[in-house]
Design a protein around this ligand. Structure first.
Ligand code: GRF
Length: 222
């Protein structure tokens, strides 16, 4: 795209690297756990997708690590059980992750989603939810791994960016990519205009990624 392009701001390329077969209509609903630290719009998108039939799943629990975040308010409004696990109360990353594993095992969670979980996770969580731990990141990975991805994309002057849903491994933002959506970056974009464009695509691709991870699980069953 050239400077001053008149392309519609809604122009979006969706890249699906692997399309798994649809699950049997008789398959049971996936039980989802969600981890969030802030706004919780991706959490809400998963609840909506589950309740409106776009995703054959039920969000059975939210855990937040920040006691007064907006995700908690959303959980209350959406009537989803929410628990605060303040990371400052645990001696190590592993200790928090062990508590998370215990919590989500009790809830019999099939797929666990890091939807704006601002903590680095340890192998404890990655191994317990191997191929079933999904993260959403606001860039086209492997570009702009880590914090402030949107700000760094803007500063770098890229003309296309987007979001990635991927499986989680101990190395940050480096796990196998499930699905990506690309969005244009316009010359006058700021965080105020770019962030909502990316978030809208996150809400679209995350339920698809969860379904893909769920199929991994079903395929592994005898
Ligand atoms: C999203 O941009 C996600 O990519 C990143 O954190 C943000 C969470 O947004 N990991 P929200 O809390 O779901 O609104």
């Amino acid at each position: 795209m050239t400077r001053g392009s008149t392309a519609s701001p809604r122009t979006v390329a969706l890249v699906v690297p692997h399309v798994a077969p649809s699950p049997s209509p008789r398959a049971r609903a996936l039980r989802l756990g969600v981890l969030a630290s802030g706004h919780g719009s991706n959490f809400a998108a998963l609840v909506r997708a589950s309740r409106h039939g776009a995703l054959h799943a039920e969000v059975v629990g939210l855990v937040v690590n920040t006691p007064r975040c907006k995700a908690l308010t959303r959980a209350e409004r959406l009537d989803v059980a929410a628990t605060v696990m303040d990371h400052r109360r645990y001696n190590s990353r592993e200790a928090l992750d062990r508590a998370l594993v215990d919590h989500f095992r009790t809830l019999r969670v099939d797929v666990l989603v890091m939807a704006g979980w601002m903590r680095i996770v340890s192998p404890v969580l990655c191994q317990a939810y191997d191929k079933r731990l999904v993260n959403i990141h606001p860039s086209l990975l492997p570009a702009f791994r880590g914090l402030n991805a949107m700000e760094r994309a803007l500063a770098a002057g890229v003309r296309i960016t987007g979001c990635t849903a991927h499986l989680v491994v101990p190395e940050v933002d480096a796990g196998p990519i499930l699905i990506q959506a690309a969005v244009p970056v316009y010359p006058n974009d700021t965080m105020a205009t770019l962030a909502p464009r990316i978030h809208a695509q996150e809400h679209r691709i995350l339920p698809v990624a969860v379904a893909m991870a769920g199929r991994n699980l079903l395929n592994e069953r005898p």
